[in-house]
Write a protein that binds this ligand. Structure first.
Ligand code: NAD
Length: 293
């Protein structure tokens, strides 16, 4: 193989956003409720601020209403839980997210569990994850959901394929492995989930028809780890210093794109791959929250 199909999350995300914008127009026309997404941001972490701003901007683009609740890094856990409760009780807000990570003195799990599952558009609440396991309609975690939409858009065959997932985080690797094993399309894969204690990782990744990489290490996956003709989806995002760029940095994924791409049938790039789909899926979940009301 030398000419892989580039799985452009940017392109799929634009299509999803156009569809959502149309749905919002229709809602407006019929006097329905305009979807309203809120985000809680605690502290001044640069990356979190960038992510939240991108989410708010995306809301504006599709015609949603949005609210940003910005809180001081020193807020106590109890004070944050009160803010969460306010959003739970605010009928104008259809869905909301609490941007992670939270400062160390706050228990993320406790905060996640305080979110009303009906407004849990990030899909991190145990109720959402449980429903996903049971194939019940629910808010799917945005990143894995976005990846399934990318596979669908490019008609990438999944049935009977061996899907190897690198990483077992609760927000990416674990839910991804569940979705790829589901009895539907995309899904019906034989799934292997790998993690920091996995031995002989390369021997396993070389068996992958579909390799989904969420390890959080820049350019970790190299050409010698990938089977000829595989589909590779790169979830990682890393800002690395790059003086040749005007911004002073460039973005790298978890996959060494230039050397891996020629071996692939399909590969997603960074940037322009999974990242834009995560936001698009969050918007989809917010629209779903309005529809489920
Ligand atoms: P994480 O750090 O929570 O998880 C990393 C996983 O990699 C862990 O489960 C760990 O067991 C596994 N791992 C570590 N070393 C390993 C090894 N040698 N072999 C196999 N597995 C190993 O990370 P995360 O939250 O899942 O995120 C992963 C990456 O994806 C990060 O770069 C993150 O920034 C990025 N990310 C991107 C998006 C997006 O929208 N594009 C969304 C979420 C996360």
């Amino acid at each position: 193989m030398s000419n892989p199909t580039i799985v452009s999350g940017k392109e799929v995300a634009n299509k999803v956003k156009e569809e959502i914008a149309l749905a919002v127009k229709q809602l407006k026309k019929n006097g329905g409720k305009i979807p309203h997404l809120a985000a809680i941001l605690v502290g001044n972490d640069g990356a979190s601020q960038t992510y939240v701003n991108a989410k708010v901007k995306a809301c504006e683009k599709v015609g949603f209403e949005s609210t940003l609740v910005q809180l001081d890094a020193n807020i106590t856990e109890q004070e944050l839980l009160i803010e969460v409760e306010k959003l739970n009780n605010n009928n104008a807000i259809d869905g909301y997210i609490v941007q992670l990570p939270l400062p160390k003195h706050i228990d993320e799990q406790k905060v996640t569990e305080a979110i009303d599952p009906k407004k849990d558009v990030d899909g991190f609440h145990p109720v959402s994850l449980g429903k996903m396991l049971l194939d019940l309609p629910s808010f799917l975690p945005a990143t894995p959901y976005g990846i399934t939409e990318m596979l669908k858009h490019y008609n990438i065959p999944t049935e009977g394929k061996h899907c190897v997932v690198i990483g077992r985080s609760h927000i990416v690797g674990s839910p991804m492995s569940v979705l790829m094993a589901r009895n539907t399309y995309p899904g019906n894969c034989t799934v292997t989930i790998t993690h920091s204690r996995t031995q002989n990782l390369k021997a396993i990744t070389l068996q992958a028809d579909i390799l989904i990489v969420a390890i959080g290490k820049p350019e970790f996956v190299t050409a010698d780890m990938v089977k000829e003709g595989a589909t590779v989806i790169d979830v990682g995002i890393h800002r690395v210093e790059d003086n040749s760029k005007k911004s002073g940095f460039s973005l790298l994924g978890d996959v060494k794109f230039d050397e891996v791409a020629p071996k692939c049938a399909f590969i997603s790039p960074v940037p322009g791959g999974v990242g834009p789909m995560t936001i698009a899926s969050l918007l989809k979940n917010t629209l779903l929250a309005v529809q489920l009301k």
